[in-house]
Design a protein around this ligand. Structure first.
Ligand code: NAD
Length: 481
């Protein structure tokens, strides 16, 4: 059985404690590889390697940093099929989705920051007759990047690319639930000639590896994507240490559908925003609000289309939904369906585990689920479920729907569907969210700020925001008189 290795100081390495965790294929429910169960000793070794590499890397001309990162992006593309197959097996997502979205986006992330760094300029402020200020943007040093399981290589590269491009060295921790593509990526780093110690990847459980990264006194910044509770734990430790923190956390995103929307486009996009990646995208819209006059029509069409979705093994090109990521996650998602029933909700479709045949009979599959009849303030409508489960609720007015949409602790993304331009702008501006899509969903320009408000996070990633996070401004003021 394949044993995944850590990547420290440019070399693949077994965990110091020689301890491993089982890695489970969610599509079949069986163990298929072993993950290092690393701990503080491995993190320390990674820190030492990163710290040794930092003086050289931070002084490496950005043209050279860019060239190396571009080689890495090309290697991801050259290995697209292999990486996509590994992602589908590790995560349960449809292979066609991994091929079309996850892996190409990982290459784009790296290419984007490899080129962004060439255009990144710092500011200068002239004070008429007294002085000129210029602001240096210095790499921070050794930084920590901690990523989740839902878009494994996609989100891993989204963090490490800007960190490395701007001259930092990284101790990175992929999710222990989906470690495989980060491991394959470490082999590509070796092939691309990334100098030793610039990126170090430590596999293992959250508290055992993410914990020591967070508490390490010399790791000066943490970029974290994951659940809100984990984000709180990290913030509690890192804030009194005055670490820079970027936290990309959970969501409970509203889709607001007005009667004057383009019905067919709204319906087909709502299908994607509800069930893509089995609903396990932080940006999925899980609360669908539909203006009363088209509520019945929309609901019926939505249910009918959902009934046609195929839940199947991730490697079948006909599958619209694959497996959810783990048995524990499947149970958690299904427990919310039970809760919704207790809260008085009606399951319009789905609401149960799907049992496949043959070798996939022990996999973790859930039917896409639509629930109606729940008040906006109940737990089902307030807590993040992070699976193929959405609620649908009618509304009468803009004021009412804004109250519903903004009435959770979260504020990550939202969508607005209308052909009234004035209303689109008016409603969008009033939404408490980091990102609002009007008449579209998940259209991403990597230059735009990405992140959430309230319990959905602190700080922004994307474009120059990420380069700002991974650099420390140092203002120098020169007298001119
Ligand atoms: P998680 O919080 O359980 O884990 C995320 C990462 O943190 C993993 O690598 C995990 O090992 C690590 N971790 C766990 N405990 C830790 C600790 N005590 N200290 C340091 N690190 C620790 O999240 P998950 O279940 O992997 O991912 C799903 C969550 O991520 C959802 O809430 C989803 O909304 C969120 N998410 C947010 C975004 C965004 O951009 N806002 C994107 C994707 C996912």
């Amino acid at each position: 059985m394949e044993k995944i290795a850590n990547y420290i100081g440019g070399k693949l390495a077994a965990p110091i404690g020689d301890s491993y965790i089982d890695n489970i294929d969610p599509s079949r429910g069986n163990i298929y590889s072993q993950i290092p169960s690393s701990d503080q000793l491995d993190v320390e070794q990674a820190y030492q390697a990163a710290s040794k590499a930092f003086p050289g890397w931070s002084k490496t001309p950005k043209e050279e940093r860019s060239r190396i990162l571009l080689r890495l992006a090309n290697l991801i593309e050259a290995n697209l099929d292999k990486l996509a197959a590994a992602e589908a097996l590790d995560n349960g997502k449809p292979l066609k989705l991994a091929k079309r979205v996850d892996i190409p986006r990982a290459a784009s992330n790296i290419r984007f920051f490899a080129t962004a760094i060439m255009h990144y300029a710092s500011e200068s402020h002239k004070m008429e007759s007294t002085a000129i200020n210029y602001t240096l943007r210095k790499p921070i040093g050794v930084v920590g990047c901690i990523s989740p399981w839902n878009l494994p290589l996609y989100l891993f590269t989204w963090k490490i690319a800007p960190a490395i491009a701007s001259g930092n060295c990284v101790v990175a921790k992929p999710s222990e639930v989906t470690p495989m593509t980060a491991y394959l990526f470490s082999k590509l780093c070796i092939e691309a000639g990334l100098p030793n110690g610039i990126l170090n990847i430590i596999h293992g459980l959250g508290p055992n590896v993410g914990g020591p990264i967070t508490t390490h006194p010399k790791i000066k910044a943490i970029s974290f994507t994951g659940g809100t509770e984990t984000g709180k734990t990290i913030a509690k430790i890192a804030a009194p240490m005055f670490k820079k923190l970027s936290l990309e956390l959970g969501g409970k995103n509203p889709n607001i559908i007005f009667a004057d929307c383009d019905f067919d486009k709204t319906l087909s996009t709502t299908m994607h925003s509800s069930f893509a990646n089995q609903g396990q995208i932080c940006l999925c819209g899980s609360r669908i609000f539909v203006e009363r006059s088209i509520y019945e029509k929309f609901k019926n069409a939505f249910v009918e289309k959902t009934n046609k979705l195929k839940v199947g093994n991730p490697f079948d090109s006909d599958s619209n939904l694959g497996a959810v990521v783990s048995e524990a996650h499947m149970k958690k998602v299904l427990s919310y369906v039970d809760l919704a029933k207790e809260e008085g909700g009606t399951i319009l479709t789905g609401g149960k585990q799907v049992k496949l045949e043959g070798e996939f009979s022990n996999g973790f599959y859930i039917a896409p689920t639509i629930i109606e009849g729940l008040p906006p303030n109940c737990r089902t409508n307030q807590e993040e479920i992070f699976g193929p489960v959405v609620t649908i609720t009618p509304f009468e007015s803009e004021e009412e729907v804004l109250r519903y949409a903004n009435g959770t602790v979260y504020g990550l993304s939202s969508t607005v569907w209308t052909s009234d331009l004035n209303r689109a702008h008016r409603v969008a501006e009033k939404l408490e969210a980091g990102i609002t899509w009007i008449n579209c969903w998940l259209v991403r320009d990597l230059r735009t700020p990405f992140g959430g408000v309230k319990a959905s996070g602190v700080g922004r990633e994307g474009g120059f925001e990420a380069l700002r996070f991974f650099t420390e401004p140092h203002n120098i003021c020169i007298s001119t008189n």
